[in-house]
Design a protein around this ligand. Sequence first.
Ligand code: VGL
Ligand code: ZN
Length: 227
Amino acid sequence: MPDFRPALLIVDLQEDFCPPNGSLAVANGRDIAPLINKLLELPFVAKIATKDWHPIDHVSFAANHEGKSPFRDFIKIENPHNRSETYESRLWPVHCVQGTPGAELIHELSASHLDTVLEKGTDSRVEMYSPFYDPFVSPRVYDSGLAKALSEKRVTDLYVVGLAADYCVKNAALDAAKEGFKTYLVEECTRPVDVSAWPGCREEIKASGVKIVSMDGPEVRRLMTAQ
Ligand code: VGL
Ligand code: ZN
């Protein structure tokens, strides 16, 4: 039997991404907590939560760009080390500012079961949806060390859940697959910002090699019998 060393990655399950008060609340975002708590009871070799953890001058906040509106407007982000590498990124309301109540993990999450909490999006110059690294490639600006930490624990399979399905969860899953982990997105344990675009986004995630699985499917059930 090949090694099966599963890890759980809970992405950005924070107050600002949840109703009723989150500044970037994802519809029904809080409802996924009980199912994620069930996953936290299972024998993963690592249980990691990420926090979006922005400085107040973060490039993704519309408020930091005169005349720009959150959700509607985009901005060109340049690689701070190579101004010819650019891409268009969506602007957001101010959210998950370091040390504020909105940046806290939601209290419904059984946080005592976590072994690591990783902060991301801390460089004000770059957007970082993925908890692995920023989207620039020549050169990369920021690496969180997550891929290294997972390989040191000899993780083979990564189960990804959390918020938001179409941004940070998607990018976490895509990078995990790229890093060579067998990657599963547990669909009941995530919610998208943009519900109408989710079917297309879901196909894109599948096409990247990530398996979209269900709480009562074989990929989760096998964890209940794993040693
Ligand atoms: C996220 C938008 C901005 C996420 C983070 O966690 O999906 N989305 N920052
Ligand atoms: Zn953010």
